[in-house]
Design a protein around this ligand. Structure first.
Ligand code: ADP
Ligand code: MG
Length: 383
């Protein structure tokens, strides 16, 4: 229990009777990096507003390190060790990068002075160290106005860290950033996560994949589900709230689809032939009449995502028949164009993860080889 930095029980926030948060329960361990996702209006910003004391709960409690935050002012909560980074950077544009960090640092020292305590050991960070952490050493003497949007985001994260919060709340840090800056911010958060508890609110799924260990999905003011990114993305309820309609396939079928996509992406090149194998084979398998199959093909295409680790997906397959199906489909996928060395390595990894009897593997491979050698890909798929 004492290891929970944050405990939220039955939290409801009503605005004129409308429940922006509705009986929400949430706990987070000290040292955890947690990502919160959810469609627009799910209550994510309100969730942060309650934790920081900007909004008071209508019902329920928020505890930070065991302490009930009810009726504690925003200012006081921030002194207790909760720091928040808003979506748009709030840095002093006319000051240099170093001066911005200095200012945040001095503010922290003043807080300590007023509290007549001193920073904990290991908590002490020099401005030089911070510049390094946020990757802005080379730009230390530039005016903040000259930084790119991504660099400003990193600077502001640095300013937040200068105040040594124990819990960092970060609202959509990569909105509008380039891929490279997104990765930089992700790496920065990962390195900060070594010494802080962090909640990140985010929309960008690839970014979530880069940083996430544990993901919480909010929907209509409550927690819809929690788990690894893979678990969450394979949850039909999550797909439903994101796409606005329930998937017509089961969670298990979605998992097979994702493994197939991971195989096809193995060499970083998702060839059109491979896409065709996946969509044709699975739509035939999951639906019986041709009209449904055609619809399903379009739907399945929406669920294809990239760069998922097989190690995380395969253990979630619950039956041997599913594992056989994955083997068959995966072999067809890599066989549908020239197998390169990288694909072969990933296929070998897949085999060891699937852990199927050797004779079964050989006979499935032989069967598929026979089909391919006598037919074109299109004919093969029509079989
Ligand atoms: P998210 O950040 O997930 O998009 P919000 O927390 O901003 O969601 O909002 C959740 C719901 O609460 C939305 O329907 C929003 O319109 C409503 N809401 C948020 N703040 C207020 C407020 N101050 N007054 C009335 N309704 C609000
Ligand atoms: Mg919001």
């Amino acid at each position: 229990m004492q290891n929970h930095i944050l405990e939220i029980d039955n939290l409801t926030v009503s605005f004129d009777g409308f429940k922006a948060l509705n009986n929400l329960n949430f706990t987070m361990n000290t040292g955890e990096l947690r990502v919160i996702i959810g469609p627009n209006g799910a209550g994510k910003t309100t969730f942060l507003d309650v934790i920081t004391g900007k909004v008071q709960p209508t019902e329920g409690t928020v505890r930070f390190k065991g302490r009930n935050l009810r009726n504690i002012s925003e200012h006081h909560i921030s002194r207790l060790g909760i720091g928040r980074k808003f979506q748009t950077p709030r840095v002093y544009l006319n000051l240099s990068v170093r001066d911005n960090l200095d200012l945040a640092w001095v503010r922290r020292k003043n807080v300590f002075a007023t509290l007549l305590t001193s920073p904990k050991k290991g908590d002490r960070r020099t401005v030089t160290g911070l510049l390094e952490t946020v990757g802005l050493t080379a730009k230390a003497d530039l005016k903040a106005a000259l930084l790119s949007h991504g660099e400003k985001q990193r600077l502001e994260i640095g300013m937040l860290v200068a105040q040594s919060p124990e819990l960092l709340l970060v609202d959509e840090p990569v909105a509008g950033l380039t891929d490279e800056e997104t990765e930089n911010v992700g790496n920065l958060l990962l390195s900060l996560a070594e010494h802080h508890s962090i909640i990140v609110i985010e929309h960008d799924m690839e970014f979530v994949r880069q940083i996430a260990r544990q993901v919480t999905v909010l929907h209509q003011g409550s927690v819809l589900c929690e788990g690894s990114m893979n678990q969450v993305q394979n949850d039909p309820r999550v797909i439903e709230v994101y796409l606005g309609k329930a998937p017509s396939v089961s969670a298990e079928q979605l998992l097979i689809l994702r493994i197939a996509a991971a195989m096809a992406w193995a060499d970083g090149n998702f060839a059109p032939e491979q896409m065709q194998v996946i969509l044709t084979r699975l739509s035939k398998q999951f639906a019986s009449d041709p009209e449904q199959q055609a619809e399903l093909k379009t739907e399945l295409q929406n669920y294809l995502s990239q760069e998922i680790a097989l190690e995380a997906l395969i253990p979630e397959l619950s039956s041997e028949s599913d594992r056989l199906q994955v083997l068959k489909l995966s072999y067809e996928i890599i066989r549908s164009n020239t197998i390169n060395e990288y694909e072969n390595r990933v296929y070998q990894k897949l085999l060891s993860l699937l852990d199927l009897p050797e004779h079964q593997v050989k006979s499935i491979e032989a069967e598929i080889e026979a089909g391919f050698s006598s037919l074109s890909l299109d004919d093969y798929l029509q079989q």
